[in-house]
Design a protein around this ligand. Structure first.
Ligand code: ZN
Length: 94
């Protein structure tokens, strides 16, 4: 059962995708690997997980990635997270 049906939080894909657009539009925020990871983790912690079973889940994930409301919610949390990280960055240097 477990090995046959995997599942994933497709919000992860949405957040990574929205984050890529975000840092192009907001160059004032550091987007080094450490800050990017911190922002993604913070944003994901605040967003409700959206789980789907694969492979059907993969199709659902692609559809949902296009969902404007889901993306808008993700962007709000990414901006908040970027603010938090910018105030106390964990990177050694950028
Ligand atoms: Zn950084």
């Amino acid at each position: 059962m477990v090995e046959k049906y995997s599942f994933k939080n497709y919000m992860e894909d949405v957040v990574v995708d929205v984050y890529r657009e975000f840092y192009r539009g907001y160059p004032q925020y550091c987007n080094c690997p450490r800050c990017s990871a911190d922002i993604l983790v913070l944003a994901l912690s605040k967003l409700k997980g959206r789980y789907a079973v694969s492979p059907e889940g993969e199709i659902f994930a692609k559809l949902s990635r296009e969902d404007r409301q889901v993306r808008a919610d993700a962007l709000v949390m990414i901006i908040e997270a970027a603010e938090v990280v910018a105030k106390q960055p964990n990177h050694v240097r950028c």
